[in-house]
Design a binder for this molecule. Structure first.
Ligand code: FES
Length: 101
């Protein structure tokens, strides 16, 4: 299992999300109430970039057709998407936000 530092604590405010690269893959990193979560950033519906959508609590809404995913586990909360997003473990070590692949 690999580990990749993607950001530093404090660089992403609570309620915000951003795109980072993990293993060359577009990955969404979200801060939900001070906890960090990561899922694949490409919508399983038709491939739009989830981090360009909206984050409400732990739910990201795709900007294209409104699919909703839970950033804590990648589950589909609302269609049209049917397939979940891959979710990654995120750990914080000292000041570093690290995603495990
Ligand atoms: Fe995301 Fe269609 S591409 S909902």
């Amino acid at each position: 299992m690999g580990q990749e530092k993607v950001a530093e604590v404090g660089s992403l405010e609570p309620g915000k999300m951003t795109q980072v690269k993990v293993d060359g893959q577009a990955t969404l990193l979200a801060n939900v109430d001070g906890n960090y979560y990561a899922i694949h950033n490409i919508c399983t519906h038709k491939g739009c970039t989830l981090s360009k959508g909206r984050l409400n609590g732990n739910i990201v809404t795709c900007p294209c057709h409104g699919s909703q995913f839970d950033v804590t586990n990648g589950h589909v909360m609302h269609g049209p998407a049917q397939k979940p997003e891959q979710a990654y473990s995120v750990v914080v070590q000292d000041n570093d936000i690290i995603i495990e692949t």
